[in-house]
Design a protein around this ligand. Structure first.
Ligand SMILES: NC(=O)c1ccc[n+]([C@@H]2O[C@H](COP(=O)([O-])OP(=O)(O)OC[C@H]3O[C@@H](n4cnc5c(N)ncnc54)[C@H](O)[C@@H]3O)[C@@H](O)[C@H]2O)c1
Length: 259
């Protein structure tokens, strides 16, 4: 139980990678607040909170649009009401447009950035505002809270056919570094995890044969990613095992960015 009684918020945790993260943190003893627009996983299957509870874990759902300041503030306040503090903030929710520059409208660009960049800004701000006021719980007495932002390899290299998504992810990588440096003196650990191609069970463009062939061609590891690969990395960065590591963008990509 690496996170016994720690309080975590995971955005976009109704399905996909966020669901795996929420379940992994809960399996280590964390009280998890699932913050999403919906409780229904995009890929189908059970609700995150119900699955965590069925496994003996603790979780609650809150309806939350991460692009809305009031929603994020309410989510953090709910987490604090549940467990008296917020130890872990995972900013995972994201969207895309599936369009290149010339086919991306201003409205599309703004809509994506409102979630992928502003949503992460709001999540970090709301969580850290509370974290800096609470006592450290780690054995060394150093860390008041941990933030894990979900970025992407497509925040560092081009996102095929999705300029707004890539711009948002680049912002996440940048914010992670800035926040890590600015709030290190306050005992805040802030890192990112950059998944490569992860199969979540989603249909549509996510498993378009051309996209899958492209992902395989870019991924040295013989398989594509599983949500659990990302969840394990998040668990490490959210645990007491991670303190002197901060401002890092950890690739979980089967070697995509190495090759
Ligand atoms: N799956 C991949 O291959 C991959 C690769 C690189 C990075 N990522 C990143 O991993 C994270 C999760 O990806 P996924 O594939 O599981 O995505 P997904 O689309 O399957 O799930 C995203 C979740 O976020 C929620 N969401 C969307 N907009 C929201 C909003 N405004 N407020 C709150 N919740 C909102 C959705 O309801 C959904 O439950 C994202 O940040 C994504 O960019 C995924």
């Amino acid at each position: 139980m690496r996170l016994q009684d720690r309080v975590a918020v995971v955005t976009g945790a109704a399905g996909g990678i966020g669901k795996a993260i929420a379940k992994r943190l809960a399996s280590e003893g964390a009280i998890v607040l699932v913050a999403d627009l919906t409780e229904e996983p995009r890929e189908g299957g059970g609700r995150t909170v119900e699955e965590i509870r069925a496994d003996g874990g603790r979780a609650e759902f809150i309806a939350c649009d991460v692009s809305q300041e009031a929603d994020i503030e309410a989510a953090v306040a709910r987490a604090v009401a549940l467990g008296g503090r917020i130890d872990i903030m995972v900013n995972n929710a994201a969207i895309g447009t599936d369009t290149p520059l010339l086919e991306t409208s201003v409205a599309d660009f703004d809509r994506v950035l409102a979630v992928n960049a502003r949503g992460v800004f709001l999540g970090c701000r709301a969580a850290i505002a509370r974290m800096v006021t609470q006592d450290p719980l780690d054995p060394a007495g150093e860390v008041r809270g941990r933030v894990v932002n979900i970025s992407s390899q497509h925040g560092m290299i081009r996102a095929p056919n999705d300029i707004a998504y890539g711009v948002g992810k680049a912002a996440v990588v940048y914010m992670t570094r800035q926040i890590a440096a600015d709030y290190a003196p306050d005992g805040i650990v802030c890192n990112a995890v950059a998944p490569g191609k992860v199969l979540t069970g989603k249909t549509g463009r996510a498993i378009d044969p051309e996209m899958l062939a492209y992902s395989h061609s870019r991924t040295p590891w013989p398989r594509l990613g599983r949500p659990g690969d990302v969840a394990n990395a998040v668990l490490f960065l959210a645990s007491d095992e991670c303190s002197y590591i901060t401002g890092e963008n950890l690739m979980v990509d089967g070697g995509w960015m190495a090759g």
